[in-house]
Write a protein that binds this ligand. Structure first.
Ligand SMILES: C[S@@+](CC[C@H](N)C(=O)[O-])C[C@H]1O[C@@H](n2cnc3c(N)ncnc32)[C@H](O)[C@@H]1O
Length: 224
């Protein structure tokens, strides 16, 4: 399981502007942590056990590298490194029984879920979680998400990099650059999650953040 040391976090904090300009790919370089590795590191610290990573992206990296394979990654597009097992065409129905996972993650992808499907996917996350399980959602600050999407598209066009996984897939009209904090809290609450808390990514100068919500444990039956 990969975890950044405190020393690495200090280096990452100091070098954030450089990393924000140069490290959008998955590889860590020059002793610095890439932005994807960094968000995986933050999220992994909240995962309770067997985990479903929704919108896992290329190589199913979060589950394989950051959770030692203890989970499933699913996505709508056959990215490099994914198999049939990872592909789910209709994400409004997850192919798993109720109460299968202890955590469900939506990492940098809620904005890429078509608006009309967001509530249905979060309801599926709730269904497949055990009572007492948690959901973890990451989303950058709005202005940052706009800048990052534009920067990555510019690099891919001009420098022939291939950072933009969503460009590779082809985006839907109902996707957005970002989802606001209010929308995340409102949709998580509507799906049934409670005690929603927010954590900023300090080593990204608090420009990125994650939200953790909880599926309540079953209420004890009332005495009659
Ligand atoms: C910015 S990428 C993030 C990938 C990965 N989670 C990461 O953090 O590197 C957004 C991901 O959302 C996925 N996605 C697109 N439509 C989706 C949907 N309806 N439900 C879940 N994920 C979806 C994309 O295929 C893509 O892998």
């Amino acid at each position: 399981m990969r975890r950044r040391s405190v020393g690495q976090q200090v280096v990452d904090f100091v070098t954030f502007p450089v990393r924000a300009l140069a490290l959008h790919g998955h590889e860590d370089r020059f002793g610095l942590t890439s932005l994807p590795s960094e968000r995986f590191d933050y999220v992994s610290r909240h995962v309770l056990g067997y985990c479903l990573d929704v919108g896992c992206g290329r190589q199913n990296r979060f589950v394989l590298e950051f959770l030692d394979g203890n989970g499933k990654g699913i996505d709508v597009y056959p990215y490099e490194g994914l198999t049939e097992e990872n592909l789910v065409e209709d994400m409004t129905h997850f192919p798993f029984p109720c109460e299968t996972f202890r955590s469900v993650t939506f990492i940098a992808n809620l904005n890429h879920i078509p608006r009309s499907a967001r509530d249905a996917e979060l309801a599926e996350a709730y269904r497949v979680l055990v009572p007492g399980g948690n959901i973890i959602v990451t989303m950058g600050r709005p202005l940052v998400e706009i800048l990052v999407h534009k920067l990555v598209a510019f690099y891919d066009r001009r420098l022939h990099t291939d950072f933009d996984v969503d460009g590779e897939r082809g985006m839907d009209d109902q996707e957005d650059y970002y989802v606001t904090r209010d929308e995340i809290v409102q949709r998580l609450t509507a799906a049934g999650f409670r005690d929603i808390a927010r954590q900023s990514f300090r080593t990204q100068w608090c420009l990125n953040q994650l939200f953790v919500g909880w599926k309540p444990r079953a209420e004890p039956a009332a005495n009659v």
